[in-house]
Design a protein. Sequence first.
Length: 282
Amino acid sequence: MQPIIDIHIHIMPYHMMKPSAMELMKRGRKDYADVMRYCEDSKAFLGHLDSLGIERAGLINYVAPKIIGFTPEVNDWSAKYCSAAPERLIAFGGVLPGTVPDAGAEVDRMAKIGIRAIKLHPSHQVLTPNSYMNGNKDLAAIYERAQANAMPVMIHTGTSIFPGARNLHAQPMLCDDISIDYPNLVVILAHGGRPLWMNEAFFLVRRHKNMYMDISGIPPQKLMEYFPRIEDIADKVLWGTDWPGPGVPEIKGNIEKFHALPIGAEAKRKILYDNSAKLFPR
């Protein structure tokens, strides 16, 4: 059976969430109780992954206190949760300038406690990804220390419907400068710029050797419409679901619909497993 890595799952400390954000997460979910149980019990979540045939998962956590509610304490939560099975759970954490005394030192600390990658969410953090060029020294320190620690940086690209989200900051082209100025930093464009900026994401992934994208949050049946030449970048695409985010009812159907796409077996293997396994070796 084809092994799978879901690089984009939101197992998070939902108790931190603002009520308006939590309401959006709960809306229409039939598995809300299960999600809460998995957030409290890593063994239960690992059992869920087993039932789906998913070998490893990236658990996406980030800092966005004003719009979503997550404070820097999310990093310790993520590290502790993933420590239950570090060979299977890939811990993502976040740094937001202004929320810690020293952003660069926080990146170094995250690396020491087991965080494997950093998540930036420009529309939830009201942060322009290349604002280091306009004097944001803390953001420059985040990229510098992430590069030094060989920690990939995943950057949300595309729209967000959460209350208060500032979508202008999430345009993929704003990440172009990062791969020029930090050529050894792995940058992952989450969601491939969907649903407005897919052509930008495709261009950037082809342009920069250390830039990748994940296809989480994209309905698999829309993938070939959004990225008709996805096989041209099969070495640079990571499979993910964005579950249990809005619009992602469950993982199993996502897997089945992806397998049904007219994509070659080799390209599917790279997207489902090989590329993430290369970026996040055990």
